[in-house]
Design a protein around this ligand. Structure first.
Ligand code: ZN
Length: 241
């Protein structure tokens, strides 16, 4: 058996799944099941899923301590995630857990809390998008072409009210003329964060091989060297003298 060294939890609010036929056609079992499915093909990744329906959103302290990278998809139910769960996830990131936020997760409580900004943007569904790799030597861009198109995605446009990213790895261009920082990284405490814009629930973007590659790469990039680092602030004696 392959050496599964990166433990991933894919979190989905699992709301559109209950009403959208289109989503269920595209992603049988829901977005979390589909995303977990292509991540699980990676020989280093061990994946589980969690949803809003689970007790404590499936994000108990035990689960977070056993998670190297949390992948987040949410849209209409951001407000239903209890603040105590959000704070628990924030502390896990500060202690080293990686976080990959997808598409409409830009308005999730956890993303806004970690960035400290509104994360507002412009939007319109039904656009054609062209993604450009602007940092080809970045680990998240490994194996990703310089450019590829998504025939139907939701346009997200600038200004995107985010804390200045550490790196912009991908830019998106839309056929309405808008541009967007579609793939950005940050570090908060000991944790690495990646945001990726494609992934509207009724568009087939998660079936795209390059999108899958980017999310897989992002999991590898965000995986901590060391996790569960204690968040303490001790008064200490001098080491010398
Ligand atoms: Zn959307």
């Amino acid at each position: 058996m392959a050496n599964k060294t990166i433990k991933v939890t894919v979190w989905n609010e699992n709301k559109h799944e209950k009403t959208s036929e289109r989503l269920n056609e595209l992603y049988p079992g829901g977005l979390h099941t589909y995303i977990a499915g292509f991540l699980d093909k990676d020989e280093e990744i061990e994946v589980r899923t969690a949803t809003l329906d689970d007790p404590e959103c499936g994000l108990t302290q035990e689960v977070l301590q056993d998670t190297d990278v949390l992948v987040w998809w949410g849209h209409m139910a951001h407000h239903e995630v209890p603040d105590e769960v959000v704070i628990r996830v924030q502390n896990a990131v500060l202690a080293g857990m990686g976080l990959v936020v997808l598409h409409s997760g830009h308005h999730s409580k956890i993303f806004k809390r970690l960035l400290g900004t509104t994360c507002n943007l412009k939007w319109r569904d039904g656009a054609r998008e062209r993604i450009w790799t602007v940092k080809p030597n970045h680990p998240i861009a490994d194996g990703v072409p310089e450019t590829f198109a998504l025939d139907c995605e939701e346009m997200y446009g600038e200004p995107f009210d985010i804390a200045d990213p550490q790196e912009v790895v991908f830019m998106g261009w839309f056929n309405g003329g808008e541009v967007f920082r579609s793939g950005c990284t940050w570090v908060r405490g000991n944790g690495k964060i990646f945001y990726f814009q494609p992934g509207h629930e009724t568009n087939p973007s998660f079936q795209n091989e390059h999108v899958q590659r980017i999310i897989r790469n992002a999991v590898h990039w965000a995986a901590p060297v060391k996790k569960n680092i204690p968040l303490i602030c001790p008064m200490v004696q001098p080491v010398e003298g």
